[in-house]
Write a protein that binds this ligand. Structure first.
Ligand code: BG6
Length: 461
């Protein structure tokens, strides 16, 4: 076979509790920031569709796990909802939630699918947000308690844990660019949120390692390779700063246990460093992960600023660079994001050369399609474009592995079309299409392709 993958390669897909479970305010679950924001501002959500409109995994878990099996998944990622498990954020555990997650993990194992479980996918419980969210050190401690509760309850069956999915996104969305609650635009507060998230991460990693229960713990980062417009030093510097702010601010603490010196110097120069405690350094050092999840969708194309920044304007990342619309770049015609398959290889090469080749896997990669409606006469979506997208990325991944990268698997985003924050169902990504009105699930052509690819552990051209 032309593209054969290593034995025991992880073939699967990723999803999350808030995007699939449904029953948002039922069975003991309390509100998250998404429930609150939707209640306050439904017009911010595509077609006014809020977090309660999901594929209701809470009710369909058995059917969905059977579908995962049918698609030859040997692994599957989802998350635990903090607001469901511990509705007050701290303290009493909701036994309905324990029963639900026990059933899910047991059924996954019964079907030969290893659960990969993430603890936080953008879904801050509202009670915790009201106590300051990630700006508060108390919330950091509360998160660590929640993580330990999960390890105690489910650690016998879950051996692959993740502390956060894409921690930069709530920072960008909630505190810089206004696409997540609480809709703040303030760099210093954003930096505090980012810093506290990594402290929370480190506390959870430390606690997990102290258990010595034979499992592993990681973090899932959306890495966006930052390519300069040219090799001109000003463009290169601009791309490096974007890399520092959006990638290395999480990647370095997760893999090296400390922040890049250049990042600290930059934030100090502009008086944007978050407040630190003397014990933080040692804590961050204990946050080094066993496994890195890499979400890769698209790169960043960067150029230096053409115009001077107004020094009276509030400090923002864009003081240092501008996005560059590279002529001729390949775009996803259905979702407006660039498609650059080689990015996945570049990420692996960087990790191999500069970060000691960590254990890693592709935890998300996928193609969103607006208004996906190419049905055949049997009602199946003929998504050849998605097969091309996945196989083209897998080819570059294969090359990275053949050159020595320690990449152990590939998870598609996502298993079934799901609710996606403010975009709701605007962009569909699944191997399985969802009819929201009837809850009917239909495997797309790409799902069939994946079923075969996973069974053969690779593919030919
Ligand atoms: C990923 C997130 O970055 O992008 C998912 O982890 C999200 O939660 C996915 O659903 C797709 O985003 P969008 O905006 O295209 O719906």
């Amino acid at each position: 076979m032309k593209y054969a993958f290593p034995d025991n390669f992880w073939w699967g897909s990723a999803s999350s509790a808030p995007q699939t479970e449904g029953e948002t305010l039922a069975f003991g679950k309390s509100a998250t920031i998404w429930d609150r924001w939707f209640a306050e501002q439904p017009t911010r959500f595509h077609h006014g569709v809020g977090p309660q409109h999901t594929s209701t995994f809470y009710q369909h878990w058995k059917q969905d796990i059977a579908l995962l099996k049918e698609l030859n998944h040997n692994t599957f990622r989802t998350s635990i909802s903090w607001a469901r498990l511990i509705p007050q954020g701290r303290g009493e555990v909701n036994q309905e939630a324990v029963k639900f997650y026990n059933q899910v993990f047991d059924e996954l194992h019964a079907q030969g699918i290893t659960p990969f479980i993430n603890l936080f996918h953008f879904d801050m419980p509202m009670v915790m947000q009201e106590r300051g969210g990630w700006e508060s050190r108390d919330v950091v401690t509360a998160y660590a308690e929640y993580a330990q509760t999960c390890f105690e309850l489910f650690g016998d069956r879950v051996k692959h844990w993740f502390t956060f999915n894409e921690p930069v996104v709530p920072v960008e969305g909630g505190y810089l660019y206004d696409f997540h609650y609480p809709n703040v635009v303030d760099f210093r507060r954003a930096a505090t949120v980012a810093y506290h998230t990594m402290l929370a991460h480190s506390l959870a990693v430390k606690a997990y390692h102290e258990r010595h229960d034979g499992g592993e713990i990681g973090i899932i980062l959306n890495l966006t390779p930052s390519y300069p417009r040219s090799q001109n030093p000003a463009d290169v510097k601009a791309a490096n700063i974007a890399d520092l702010l959006f990638n290395r601010s999480f990647l370095d603490p997760a893999l090296r246990g400390e922040y890049p010196k250049e990042l600290v110097a930059l934030l100090r120069e502009y008086d944007q460093l978050p407040a630190c405690q003397p014990e933080d350094k040692a804590l961050l050092a204990s946050g080094v992960v066993d496994l890195l999840g890499i979400n890769y969708y698209q790169p960043r194309r960067i150029k230096c600023r053409d115009s001077q920044v107004n020094p009276d304007s509030p400090f923002m990342p864009e003081w240092f660079f501008e996005a560059y619309d590279m002529p001729g770049r390949k775009m996803n015609p259905y979702r407006g994001w660039e498609i650059y398959e080689q990015g996945i290889y570049d990420i692996l090469t960087n990790l191999r050369e500069n970060y000691n080749n960590p254990r890693c896997y592709i935890s998300e990669n996928g193609m969103g399609v607006e208004n996906e409606r190419r049905f055949d006469e049997n009602g199946q979506i003929q998504d050849e474009y998605r097969i091309d997208f996945v196989s083209d990325h897998l080819k570059w991944l294969h090359k990275g592995i053949s050159e020595g990268s320690n990449c152990l698997g590939y998870h598609m985003w996502t298993f079934i079309d799901n609710w996606s924050w403010c975009n709701a169902y605007k962009n569909r990504y699944g191997f399985v299409s969802l009819d929201l009105a009837t809850q009917k699930r239909t495997i797309k052509k790409s799902g069939e392709w994946f079923r075969e690819t996973a069974a053969k552990n690779g593919f030919d051209d």
